[in-house]
Design a protein around this ligand. Structure first.
Ligand code: M6R
Length: 619
């Protein structure tokens, strides 16, 4: 949530900052702002409500020169989204400008204290309190900016990633983090002089350098053009920065000819999943190799229970993971909403393994949930997409999805990547525990290998969804039904529709309908049923019958060549046949496409739906 970009070096900062803001816009898009120090030493702040393009428009006639700057794209927490509350915020003297991602929980008491001392505030934000506090510390302790930031942050309760400029020191950039991510890119300009970049993630940095430092919690950094990079903690103890080489392809950050990132990411799934299983699934030797398990084999052999903590789409994939792990590895699995788990007093045994599933690896609730589990002695396993993310670093072991950056706010390829990774995990544990017969294990490995091709088939054979989706734009509600492995798919289909088209949708286990929700069915209600010719097919057919007799409109996901459900449906999407446990990976594709095309037909901004942000770094 919220994106921060920063630059200090020899180049003009403005184009780097604006490009970076565009790359980070998926993290928040209700307002944006930029601050620069020009060659004359003027510290400017420009802000605009709305997207980054509005900011660009608003500065057309302004001086945007300068080789140092910070910028921000906002997802509002404190104060409504408008230009006043947008970042950067000036301090009272306008000598400092600061951008912030996170929440300062004690901002009210800090503000009241400073107001008593005669300071005045322009905005409703917690961020303005922070920049004022830094200036207050500078004045009252007669200290430099770095020390003032340390002093200020010691008084702060909450989460932050900050970058700060000082008008009278145009040669230095100061930043800090706790709880919200911040990355420093270390580069060299054409003449070999040092330059530094800042980003909430690597996407605004990779174009210029692949050498980065992941700032750790409670670390403060100062950078200058002479190549100085000093990092200390809040107690001023020097820290040794660890330079990491990141591998990210710029094409992954572009739409590549697709109108939206979401559509690109839906179509990327077959290849993304090939990358995800490469080196991990060995079809020739019929083997599954996950280093995260191999390195901690004993833990998994002794484990008597797995708890998976996640939010949103990741929670849905975790539910599928539960079914798979329980079936294959015979270990009980509990799936928890991280936001609930973190505030309970959960019982955790020493032989429990707690798995965090998170695309971004930065979701505040999931991070807090595993920190709680760690404090109770649990072994932590992370399943993340973003390399070097907070959750990936906080866990004892883990597996990356390797599906490439996901930019669309509605998660698609990360969902299927998570399901695949959890299935690999289930198979790897089953192998160690010998809970599957060789025959079954080999059969699953063989089928697993075919899934990317079957996904491609599914994409190719459901191309008419765009036209069909037009018919449903008038709908106010949708119901999604599935059983077994497909119940979480129903939840995921409903979430996708809600978040990008703003149509109310609910997912249910199909058999639960008769316990209440069936009362909602009439001729106005579209019901999406996942009805593959596997497992509980006959029972799902009966469920469809019950809906049809109440005049509900049936949209079904059926196995190729199915005639029975097709005959009962108003519209069908087809998927190739596969084993029950892999159906979610295929069945979710038409549901992703359905939500995408309904949202497009309704004129929604699918990559940046209202009120949402890609990574939820506040609770
Ligand atoms: O980055 P995470 O996987 O931890 O994010 C969890 C949810 O915020 C996320 O899945 C959200 O529900 C998506 N917008 C769904 O499309």
């Amino acid at each position: 949530m919220c994106g921060i970009v920063g630059y200090i070096g020899e180049q003009q900062a403005y184009p780097i900052l604006i490009k970076g803001l565009h790359r980070l816009e998926y993290r928040g898009y209700d307002s944006a702002g930029i601050s620069l120090i020009n060659d004359k030493g003027d510290l400017s702040v420009y802000k605009a409500k709305g997207k980054v393009s509005m900011l660009e428009e608003s500065v057309k006639e302004k001086d945007v020169t300068g080789t140092i700057g910070i910028a921000h794209t906002r997802w509002a927490t404190h104060g409504e989204p408008n230009a006043v509350n947008a970042h950067p915020h000036y301090s009272q003297s306008k000598n400092l400008a600061l951008v912030h991602n996170g929440i300062i929980e004690n901002y009210k008491s800090l503000r009241a204290e400073m107001e008593k001392n005669g300071m005045t505030f322009c905005s409703d934000t917690d961020t303005e309190v922070l920049v004022q506090l830094v200036e207050y510390m500078q004045n009252s302790h007669k200290c430099d900016l770095y020390t003032a930031v340390q002093l200020a942050l010691k008084n702060v309760i909450g989460a932050y990633a900050i970058a700060i400029l000082e008008k009278s020191k145009p040669d230095q950039l100061v930043c800090a983090r706790k709880g919200s991510p911040l990355i420093i890119g270390v580069g060299k300009s054409d003449n070999g002089r040092a330059e530094f970049y800042l980003g909430s993630d690597a996407t605004p940095i990779v174009e210029y350098t692949n050498q980065v430092i992941y700032l750790k919690d409670e670390e403060i950094a100062i950078m200058d053009r002479r190549g100085r990079l000093d990092i200390t903690n809040l107690s001023n103890v020097k820290q040794t920065p660890q330079l990491v080489t990141i591998q990210m392809n710029l094409d992954q950050l572009e739409k590549g000819g697709f109108p939206h990132f979401m559509l690109k990411e839906i179509w990327e799934q077959p290849n993304a999943l090939r990358t995800c299983i490469r080196g991990r699934l060995n079809v020739t030797d019929k083997d599954v190799l996950l280093s995260g398990i191999i390195d901690h084999k004993e833990k998994f052999l002794k484990c008597r229970r797995i708890i998976i903590c996640a939010c949103g789409t990741s929670w849905h994939s975790a539910l599928i993971g539960k079914y798979f792990i329980e079936e294959a590895a015979q270990i009980p699995v509990e799936v928890e909403y991280a936001s609930e788990f973190r505030y309970r007093n959960p019982v955790i045994y020493p032989d429990d393994i707690v798995i965090a599933v998170s695309q971004s690896g930065e979701t505040a609730d999931t991070l807090a949930a595993i920190q709680l589990a760690k404090s109770k002695g649990a072994f932590l396993y992370g399943i993340c997409n973003v390399i070097g993310s907070s959750i990936a670093r906080a866990t004892d072991s883990g597996t990356y999805l390797h599906v490439g950056p996901e930019i669309g706010v509605a998660s698609t390829k990360a969902f299927t990547g998570q399901v695949i990774t959890l299935a690999l995990l289930g198979l790897a544990i089953a192998k160690e525990k010998k809970t599957l017969s060789d025959e079954m294990f080999h059969m699953l490995v063989d089928e697993f290998q075919m899934i990317p091709d079957k996904m491609q088939w599914t994409l190719e054979h459901n191309k008419g969804i765009d036209k069909f989706a037009q018919m449903f734009t008038y709908c106010k509600n949708f119901i999604y039904l599935g059983r077994g492995y497909n119940y979480p798919v129903a939840l995921e289909g409903a979430l996708k529709l809600k978040e990008i088209s703003y149509i109310h949708a609910e997912g249910y286990p199909a058999a639960e309908m008769k316990h209440g929700p069936i009362a909602l069915i009439d001729e106005e209600m579209p019901v999406v049923v996942i009805a593959p010719k596997r497992g509980m097919y006959e029972k799902v057919v009966s469920n469809i019958q019950e809906i049809k007799s109440r005049k509900g409109k049936i949209i079904s996901v059926v196995t190729q060549h199915d005639t029975v459900v097709k005959g009962m449906s108003d519209y069908t999407f087809v998927i190739p046949d596969t084993r029950d446990c892999f159906v979610p990976l295929l069945a979710v594709i038409p549901l992703q496409l359905l939500s995408y095309y309904v949202a497009i037909a309704k004129g929604r901004n699918v990559d940046q739906p209202r009120n949402l942000a890609k990574s939820v770094t506040v609770e």
